[in-house]
Ligand binder design. Sequence first.
Ligand code: FAD
Length: 383
Amino acid sequence: MDFSWTEEQTALRERVRELLARELPPDWEGLSRHGPGSPEQTAFSLDFCPKLADAGLLVPHWPVEHGGSGAPPWHHFIIGEELWAAGEPRGAQYMNVNFIGQTVMRFGSLEQKQRYLPPMAAGRAIWCQGFSEPSAGSDLAALRTRAERRGDEYVINGSKIWTSYAGLAQTCFLLARTGGAGRQGICIFLVPMDTPGITVRGIPSLIGEGDIHEVFFDDVVVPADALLGEEGQAWPIIGWALSHERVGIARYAFSRRVLDGMVRQLQSQGRFDDPVVQARAGQALAAIEAARLLVYRVIDQRARGLPPTADANVARTAVIAADHRVSDFGMSFLPDTYCGSDHPLHLSHHERAIAAGIAAGAAEIQLNLVAQDFLKLPREARA
Ligand SMILES: Cc1cc2nc3c(=O)[nH]c(=O)nc-3n(C[C@H](O)[C@H](O)[C@H](O)COP(=O)(O)OP(=O)(O)OC[C@H]3O[C@@H](n4cnc5c(N)ncnc54)[C@H](O)[C@@H]3O)c2cc1C
């Protein structure tokens, strides 16, 4: 297997770095502290993403007809690594280019593609993902929000929780139940957030202003064509979307930047000669590299057009482990600066590492899926 980058890929990485050097303001680290759901970072992303789009660096992996250049998924990942290492200036829009856009492209109607893809490709769309409910997180198939068909419309009632970016989102990628219990009864709706009957309530959290919310749906009327795909056929689409969500965020690149920064700091303080510190830094680096290579395996499968596999769960588990290793390193050797206000990106890393094993599917659930689908272990313990 050849792990080296091509000249074209190296040049692409360089272009992203140049754009970042040009476009990120001097106070970017402080700005990024507000979090991707904050008004500040959302406003910044609505300025920054169109520039990425103009440079052909927002959706190069999309087909030309939808505003991309038909580049392989590797381009999207190289760009993602650079942007995550910089603190993710795309803000909430990373979700559009990681999975919402591709899902609409693959499973949406012509009208849905025409309506929703151009604003995403232009860097002007903020979406939220309405999956989790108070009694349906890991057990997503238990969700209760209902969508009742009435003529040419659906009427939606229920509530969502932990919905990232809902306060500023224009559209929600919403799961609701039209049928009976279980997976078969679930549908996907694309719902404008300004539809009457939607109420958003922020949940204060340590991971940034405006990040997570409760969203209430009270007799929310949407046209029947807000449905993505057919009734009763949403579960495989959700699985496809989640596999892209789980391996879409190059957080290992962010972890690497933070680890490198902490090692430099320890070196400047003369504390990096300690073999214990070196060993722990080495373990954190090894975890980052393992995550990077396991993610690359998934990207390679995507680039070859293969369907999603449990490799995505393995990769996501490794990304979470790398986050936690770096976090433990910071807490062990530089707690004041890792969690202090002098290094806003380090503090963001710390806060997000806490949530990393829960958001986008809890770590334990990933491990269950690895055991079941990757290692083929039996579901029940033998007597
Ligand atoms: C920062 C953040 C952002 C989020 N953003 C969104 C969003 O935008 N949209 C959205 O829909 N949701 C979002 N979520 C919600 C997230 O998807 C859920 O929190 C997650 O799926 C876990 O569900 P839960 O909170 O109901 O916990 P539960 O499912 O109740 O799990 C609680 C604990 O029990 C464990 N557990 C549960 N079932 C099993 C099992 N079968 N085997 C072993 N262990 C198990 C879990 O691993 C976890 O540790 C976000 C969460 C966070 C923290």
